[in-house]
Design a protein around this ligand. Structure first.
Ligand code: Z5A
Length: 213
């Protein structure tokens, strides 16, 4: 049996780290132990090199929005072909820290790049590959950014203005409404409550995916 691909999405400071650990714990409790963790952009040597440029830039050269988009897809396909697909084939379950929904939200909503251009690129690069389940952690960007700032220095994307992050949130919410494999979680609640929401979703979703007793 092939594995499943579960992705955690959301703005910075939404609590993706806790969510990833919660998903892993619940899978373990259901005897699903062979897990592969990924992060995007990143997760292979080439993708990690691209991540570094996307997050930090290089030698003060202006990074255009289109180049950022192309690098994100280059990183993503490296990860899909070299890590995610082989892992799924081996029966591993993959837990992803971000995936393509981030591009729709950040580059489509945030950067306001042409959505037809993004869609065309997505179709050409990814084909029909998509996560089995996406948990979108919804949070007011002001709260998320406050949490992220408390950790220290902000990267190139985190330094964007509040309206940029508000557009991203709007886009996430709209996309989640259109796709039944994306489930929205209220991430403004205390951590224990977020954990509970994830548990409730997985307890319903998991039995539909595998024959669990
Ligand atoms: N990006 C893009 O533009 N397009 C794409 O296609 C992709 C990505 C794939 C990746 O950077 C950047 O790339 C990201 C989007 C862009 N940039 N931005 N901006 P990253 O991987 O370094 O950053 P991130 O994905 O945003 O991770 P993050 O900032 O670490 O967010 P998080 O993982 O959700 O945060 P956290 O570490 O889990 O929690 C943050 C803090 O909040 C921490 O101290 C927690 O203890 C606290 N926290 C978490 N949950 C709660 C609750 N419920 N209550 C109170 N406090 C909490």
């Amino acid at each position: 049996m092939t594995g499943k691909f579960i992705v955690i999405e959301g703005l910075e400071g939404a609590g993706k780290t806790t969510a990833i650990n919660t998903v892993a714990t619940i899978l373990n409790q259901h005897n699903i132990d062979d897990l592969q963790f990924t992060r995007e952009p990143g997760g292979t040597p080439i993708a990690e090199a691209l991540r570094n440029i996307i997050k930090n830039g290089l030698d003060n050269e202006f990074l255009t929005d289109k180049a950022e988009l192309l690098m994100l897809y280059a990183a993503r396909i490296q990860l899909i072909e070299n890590v995610i697909k082989p892992s799924l084939k081996l029966g591993k379950w993959v837990i992803g820290d971000r995936h393509d929904l981030s591009t729709q939200a950040y580059q489509g909503g945030g950067r306001q790049l042409n959505t037809v251009f993004i869609e065309t690129l997505k179709n050409q690069v990814l084909g029909d590959f998509k996560p089995d389940l996406t948990l979108y952690l919804d949070i007011d960007p002001e709260i998320g950014l406050m949490r992220a700032k408390s950790r220290g220095k902000l990267d190139r994307i985190e330094q964007q203005s509040l309206p940029f992050f508000k557009r991203i949130r709007q886009c996430y919410l709209e996309l989640a409404k259109q796709d039944s494999t994306i489930i929205t979680i209220d991430a403004e609640k205390p951590m224990a409550n977020v954990v509970k929401q994830i548990e409730q979703i997985l307890v319903t979703w998991l039995p539909k995916q595998v024959n669990l007793s």
